[in-house]
Design a protein around this ligand. Sequence first.
Ligand SMILES: [Fe+2]
Length: 397
Amino acid sequence: MPFYRSTGEVPRKRHTQFRRPDGGLYAEELMGQEGFSSDASLLYHRHLPTAIVKAEPVDVPAAEQLAPNHPLLPRHFRTPTLPSGGDLVSDRQLLMANDDVRLSYVAADRSSELYRNATGDEVVYVQAGRARFESVYGALEAGEGDYVVIPTATTHRWVLEGGPPLHAMVIEARGHVRPPRRYLSQYGQFLEHAPYCERDLRGPAGPLLVDESETPVLVRHRAGLTRFTYLHHPFDVVGWDGCLYPYAFSIHDFEPIVKRVHMPPPTHQTFEGPNFVVCSFCPRPLDFDPQSVPVPYNHHNVDSDEMLFYVGGDYSARKGSGIGLGSVSLHPSGFTHGPQPGAVEASLGQHRTDELAVMVDTFRPLQLGPAARASEDPEYAWTWARGVEAREAGGSG
Ligand SMILES: [Fe+2]
């Protein structure tokens, strides 16, 4: 994150003696990206953040197995048909993945254990429900429409206190997720043409202190999963400052950019990651030229696989496709996709859309996970041709 925050107690100068009330020294920790050459924060712990007493390997679940999209097909998955239950870390249901990013669905009904993903940043999009995201930086409340961006190796947990399950799409990057560079000044401030800005980002309220001894933390790393046991609970940070921390951004705070004729998805871009982008399709006025065609033209992004998660509103370009709330579509490179037959005509003269969707475009092909195979609508690939046939036969399409 590009801008500076300070929470709790920190010494006036970094790397100087900072003492606890009992006279001992706080333990200073730098969390930093790119080898001391990018964003970082300094955290002040009551105890040594290095003191582990145990490290145990944890089996990676079979649910992480992937298969290629072969034969190549546009696909539709119905997340509401996937099982509900479990927690937001251990019960992710893998929809698709490549070497850059993993996309999972989860319907959590209980709190997670402490977790740290050392392989990259995570973005959790909350489709429904509420949770408190607790981390070494403090806590933030997350609810419907929030993206929660979690920097690599942030120790955290998701706390659910009753209520309906929390439905979320989890985007796990192999690297760092940031606002699009073109929306930032050379020093990291959001520019005036950006669709959101600093005021829209909610940082953690801290400090969050838990006074417990031996505490397990599940760590995802390149070789798999390991559970460390720390001598003291990691939530012992009395203060921190810097430009690296988890934050929440509500999709409802995204300010759509519209034009007289159709605008392509880059105007909806919300984040960029290594070899993928995240876009937010939000309610907005439609194109205002009298001759405009408001739904997208057929398109073939030859370098992208496109995942779209339909989270609200009426998706007019997709009528007749079987797609509804909670659907996930995958339009891969090698296949031209576009509106279903009849959607273009139906859109003419419309002035507004209430669609709400989250898109992840990857620059390398996505493979399919077990949750994709379990929730697939096998008819989706043929809906364009069937719509044409229905219209030619005099049906509504
Ligand atoms: Fe598309």
